[in-house]
Design a protein around this ligand. Structure first.
Ligand code: SF4
Ligand code: SF4
Length: 290
């Protein structure tokens, strides 16, 4: 089983559209949406949820008032000001456990709290692992790891996992990128797009993941697209495709049409070219291995 992650240095570059196009082309790859902070691949895939589980990704302190002798040590030692008037505030609590450690009567204990939901679904294009982080919850990297674990279980007898990666360069991105066989970085032709691309390529390099690049909406700025192409050449990174801006893609998404309709658009045809380049890199022994 090989794992391909579609990634980007920031959100809104068209990463999810490219992922959806790839899924329609792969037909029966296992898919994972690792963008747990703002998942939207499900909007394109129309999944049928088969399993949904609570995900406990954080701990918070809970107090047993009956045992408390009101000594105030917990409030004094909490450096996050998460205990006010001797009452823990779960929104401020970082789950460090210091207060429980200093409490002389054992009135405080750390409890795991639900920070999101993980789901396994069926789609027309193959099994789908996805999740949703609760609003305001942290530690999304752990939930991304859960999504990847579920996808790997689903892929035991499959050849390919396609991961819609988390955008940016933080912990969730690392969780979605590390251990994959190949990354496709999707960028857009803007000065900040190039800067974000450099950062995500740096993360991929750090984790030893080979990265390819494609430019989405390249015709919105042919000059900056050329700059990105030059950057890729100078850094020996393969630019495997340029996808034009195409309002027909928006129409497919808005109307909730099946993902394969994407492939009929101009942008879809360019996505197919990118796919062929990516897949020949991922399966150098030939596409029949897929
Ligand atoms: S667990 Fe840490 S952050 Fe939470 S209330 Fe106790 S000392 Fe404060
Ligand atoms: S340290 Fe323990 S006993 Fe003291 S105020 Fe806090 S909860 Fe109560």
């Amino acid at each position: 089983m090989r794992q391909l992650v579609i990634t980007s240095g920031k959100g809104g570059t068209g990463k999810t559209t490219v992922t959806a196009g790839f899924l329609a082309l792969a037909w029966r790859a296992v898919c994972a949406d690792a963008d747990v902070d703002a998942p939207n691949l499900h909007l394109l895939l129309h999944p049928k949820v088969l399993e949904e589980r609570e995900f406990k990704g954080a701990k918070t302190i809970v107090k047993d008032p009956e045992h408390c002798n009101e000594c105030g040590k917990c409030e004094e030692y909490c450096r996050f000001q998460a205990i006010q008037n001797l009452s823990p505030d779960p929104f401020r609590c970082e789950g460090c456990g210091v207060c429980a450690h200093v409490c002389p009567v054992g009135a405080l204990k750390l409890e795991e709290v639900e920070t999101g939901r993980s789901m396994v679904s069926r789609t027309k294009y193959g099994p789908f692992s996805h999740a949703r982080l609760h609003i305001g919850a942290e530690a999304s990297g752990k939930l991304v790891t859960e999504v990847r674990k579920n996808a790997e279980k689903l892929a035991q007898n499959e050849k390919l996992v396609i991961i819609d990666g988390a955008p940016g360069t933080g912990c969730p991105v690392i969780a979605s990128l590390s251990g994959t066989d190949l990354a496709l970085a999707v960028t857009e032709p803007s000065v900040s797009g190039l800067h974000d691309l450099e950062r995500i390529l740096g993360v991929a390099r750090h984790f030893g993941v080979e990265a390819l690049v494609c430019i989405n909406k390249y015709n919105l700025s042919p000059e900056v697209s050329e700059e990105i192409a030059l950057y890729c050449r100078q850094n020996s990174i393969d630019l495997v495709g340029k996808i034009p801006f195409d309002p027909a893609v928006l129409a497919v998404v808005k109307e909730g049409r099946p993902v394969e309709s994407l492939l009929q658009t101009e942008a879809g045809k360019a996505i197919e070219e990118v796919w062929n380049n990516v897949i020949s890199r991922l399966f150098p022994e030939g596409q029949e291995a897929l």
